[in-house]
Design a protein around this ligand. Structure first.
Ligand SMILES: Cc1ncc(COP(=O)(O)O)c(C=O)c1O
Length: 365
């Protein structure tokens, strides 16, 4: 199988696994214990904290380890706020968390999938205390102008959170330069394991903890640390980035040349270098996912977390697509193991599968 679904999850890199193993086998202590076994585990956790801090451009004290991106988002967004502003293209880990609030304004992106500073400004109110806009979209990869958006939020005295889960595995991130107050990351989108993540919390921002118990993570997140997961996240953060832009561009160009009526979503905006979301008029995305699976390629339609759901992705609808159009989109997300040969084979497979499915379609003429 050739794997083109890295936005759903990345494989654990061999060097990350190698770094993680001693935390499963040798460092048996609890990081809160004062004996040497405990202190060994504590050292490993703090090394990982420094590695992630270097990657994000912050101080290690500003990192809170969590069980993943979902928990990081929930933790950030449990802050009290009189009015919250968010975007219409957020992952459910943000959309569902904020959706429970009464005073919320959801900003639709422009046709390219961008929340511009002007769109955000129009949604702000004097009592807006919290703004949450994702860094890079998981479905079509558009990268938001975070520095400008954070500046607008701060003008109104609001805190700015960003769901950064899709970004650090694919692009350089500097939270200080971006000016964000809170930033969520996840291990399994950057060649680390599933079930570990972190929240960057700018010095001076008081969190509202959600888990109560011991004084772990400086009282911000109770629970014995997931030492192996944290060590792996640190190792993942210390890895160099692989640029997949050339392969992604070849994939898009090849598909657009070979398949009539194929349209790239978010093409007019800055995008992650690994993501191509393409709409194929006249067919169901799910059918193409299955057809490509049978030909040896893993891709996805809509967000992986909601696969199996018959409803089209809200983020794609927010781009202005109709339900039928949104259901005919496929996401190809590349990673460091993909090769040019795989990309060429995928172009040929997509071309053949789309032609076959369109022939069977009662609506495509
Ligand atoms: C943008 C975004 N935010 C949050 C999450 C959730 O992260 P996790 O799976 O680590 O809970 C995902 C995972 O699909 C994501 O793509």
């Amino acid at each position: 199988m050739a794997y083109f679904d890295h936005n759903a999850t990345t494989p654990v890199a061999p060097d990350v696994l190698a770094a993680m193993l001693p935390a499963l086998t040798e460092a048996c202590g609890n990081p809160s214990s004062i004996h040497r076994d405990g202190q060994r585990a504590r050292q490993m956790v703090e090394t990982a904290r420094r590695q992630l801090a270097v990657r994000l451009g912050c101080s290690p004290k500003e990192i809170v380890f969590t069980s993943g991106g979902t928990e990081a988002n929930n933790l950030a967004l449990s802050l009290p706020a009189r009015h919250v502003v968010t975007s219409a293209i957020e992952h459910p880990a943000v959309a569902q968390t904020l959706g429970r609030r009464d005073a919320i304004t959801v900003v639709a992106p422009n046709r390219d999938g961008l929340i511009t500073p002007e769109l955000l400004r129009a949604a702000m109110r004097p009592e807006t205390d919290l703004v949450s806009v994702m860094h890079a979209n998981n479905e079509f990869g558009t990268v938001q102008p975070l520095a400008a958006l954070a500046a607008v939020a701060h003008e109104f005295g609001a805190l700015f959170h960003s769901d950064g889960v899709q970004a650090p595995g694919r692009m350089a991130v500097d939270v200080a330069a971006l000016g964000v107050d809170l930033y969520s990351v996840s291990g399994h989108k950057m060649y680390g394991p599933k079930g570990v993540g972190a929240l960057y919390v700018r010095k001076g921002v008081e969190l509202a903890p959600q888990l109560f118990g011991g004084r772990h993570e400086s009282g911000r997140r109770a629970g014995t640390e997931n030492v192996p997961g944290i060590v792996a996240l640190g190792a993942a953060a210390a890895r160099p980035l692989t640029d997949t832009a050339e392969l992604r561009d070849r994939l898009e160009a090849g598909i657009l040349a070979a398949v009539p009526e194929a349209v790239v979503q978010g093409a007019g905006a800055p995008r992650l270098p690994n993501t191509a979301n393409i709409r194929f008029a006249g067919l169901e995305g799910e059918a193409l996912v299955i057809a490509l699976d049978l030909r040896g390629f893993s891709v996805s339609s809509g967000a992986a977390c909601s696969s199996g759901a018959v409803e089209p992705s809200p983020a794609l609808l927010a781009l202005g697509l109709t339900k039928t159009e949104a259901k005919s989109c496929i996401r190809f997300s590349l990673g460091e193991s993909n090769t040019l040969d795989e990309v060429e084979a995928l172009i040929a497979a997509v071309s053949a599968a789309v032609a076959h499915l369109r022939k069977l379609s009662p609506t495509y003429v």
